[in-house]
Design a binder for this molecule. Structure first.
Ligand code: CMC
Length: 423
């Protein structure tokens, strides 16, 4: 590879391909003309070496454990900014001025109510439905309720849809929670900030006053910041792929929610908490470490390992601090925290985990923190979806504005060759 060109040699033939450099991170070989030139496709089913787009939103250096939103380190944002400032940054590329912040906060706050008819939509679900199932359905149904913001070619409609998604997803998530508990829905309160309003909608009941604890709502806000975007992960790529066909943003975000649900992705926080509970006590940790290492056992230590991070996930560090803050504030001594800390201690020194560069990821401590805040296990991935909505929206908007062509991967066909029916 030299002079911004990569040469591919097959047999006696050579072809040149351009190399594009980003502002930081690995450069890419542009193989868009590969098929036309060579009659061959590339093959990379898990996309381990494939850049699917160019983007200026989020940067990850997995070896160094770096995560930047629009250039700012995640820990600086989590310590110094609130979720809506980070949302503004992801959407528009810069942190808001005080006036821009006021205007953005006002617009999001005044879009938090959902169409009243949507509340009747919920009663079609079984009470014991998983709240992620409800999220997939109801967020997708926003296309039907907010038809006036589904024309993706109109910048104004794109902006309205973006604000609606960021504003209403927490309301829908809180409704899914309330529905599962049999309690009445609680309307948004405009006097509260984004995270406090969400907690109020989840935990208030009409028969008594509910005061949101500012330390806890700050922790909630920080958890939202940590999950807000993460480059071209499975759910974000799903949103982009769905959007590349011209589908409306509500449908695309519903597709992202479906992808997030899996235990290898956003479902890992729920799975991690289930595992800690199954282990139960510190003395059983070695047994589960052995299970995770056993090739004949499908068990994986949820909340450990990452496709991109080959060092400590920078979000996990902030999450661990937040976890201790929340437990201290509430005076909770959660035995699962002890189990988690012991798991982490052993895994970080165990040859199997060290060799494979498996470290705790963001989901490792988020479950314990959210449980202490009062959320049941099945709400954990929902909270991830609430936070990630802004990342999905920012990535969808960038894709539409870049006028990316429809995403259409090819395949290595391994089925029957042409054959005919015998009659
Ligand atoms: N426990 C035990 N072994 C593991 C784990 C784990 N959590 N993760 C990876 N490994 C092993 C795996 O068996 C393989 O070993 P070998 O080379 O001997 O076959 C090696 O490490 C590489 O694993 P991989 O499956 O090839 O790696 P991947 O990049 O395809 O998978 C992952 C990444 C996150 C899906 C995986 O680490 C995993 O399943 N972790 C548990 C689920 C989890 O915590 N997911 C949340 C990710 S962070 C939040 C998010 O972005 O959604």
């Amino acid at each position: 590879m030299e002079n911004g060109k990569a040469t591919l040699t097959i047999g006696n033939e050579n072809w040149d391909f351009d190399i594009h450099d980003g502002t930081v991170g690995p450069s890419v070989i542009d193989i868009g003309s590969l098929y036309q030139k060579t009659g061959r496709f590339t093959y990379d089913p898990g996309f381990t070496s494939t850049g699917s787009c160019s983007s200026s939103i989020t940067y990850i250096d997995g070896d160094e454990g770096v995560l930047l939103y629009r250039g700012y380190p995640i820990d600086e944002l989590a310590e110094n900014k609130d979720f809506l400032e980070v949302a503004y940054l992801l959407l528009y590329g810069e942190l808001p001025t005080p006036e821009e912040k006021q205007d953005f906060d006002f617009r999001v706050t005044h879009h938090t109510m959902v169409h009243e008819q949507m509340s009747r939509f919920f009663t079609g679900f079984r009470r014991d439905a998983h709240p992620m199932a409800i999220m997939c359905g109801v967020v997708g149904a926003m296309s039907a309720f907010y038809h006036d913001s589904t024309d993706i070619r109109d910048p104004y409609q794109r902006m309205v849809a973006s604000i609606r998604l960021i504003a209403k997803t927490p309301t829908i998530a809180a409704m899914a929670f309330k529905y599962s508990t049999g309690q009445p829905f609680v309307y948004p309160k405009n006097a509260l900030d984004y995270a406090a309003n969400f907690m109020h909608m989840c935990f208030a009941v009409p028969c008594e006053e509910y005061q949101v604890n500012p330390i806890l709502s700050r922790a909630m806000d920080r958890i939202f910041i940590l999950h807000a975007d993460h480059e071209q992960n499975a759910s974000t790529s799903t949103v982009r792929l769905a959007g590349s066909s011209g589908a409306n943003p509500f449908a695309c975000i519903a597709a992202g929610i479906a992808s997030l649900w899996g235990p290898a992705h956003g479902g890992a926080n729920e799975a991690a908490l289930d595992t800690f509970a199954e282990i139960g006590t510190v003395d059983r940790v070695p047994e589960y470490i052995d299970k995770a290492k056993d090739k004949d056992d499908p068990f994986r230590l949820s909340g450990f390992g990452h496709r991109v991070y080959k060092s400590y996930d920078p979000r996990a560090k902030v999450m661990e601090r937040t976890c201790h803050e929340v437990l201290d504030e509430l005076g909770i001594k959660d035995p699962l925290l002890k189990v988690a800390m012991e798991l982490e201690r052993i895994a970080l020194t165990d040859e199997y985990f060290v060799e494979r560069k498996l470290y705790p990821n963001v989901d490792f401590y988020s479950g314990i923190t959210l449980r202490a805040l009062g959320f049941p296990n099945n709400m954990l991935t929902v909270l991830f979806a609430v936070a990630r909505t802004v990342g999905w929206v920012a990535q969808w908007k960038e894709m539409v504005e870049d006028e990316q062509r429809i995403g259409r991967p090819r395949q290595l066909y391994t089925g029957s060759t042409l054959r005919h029916m015998t009659t």
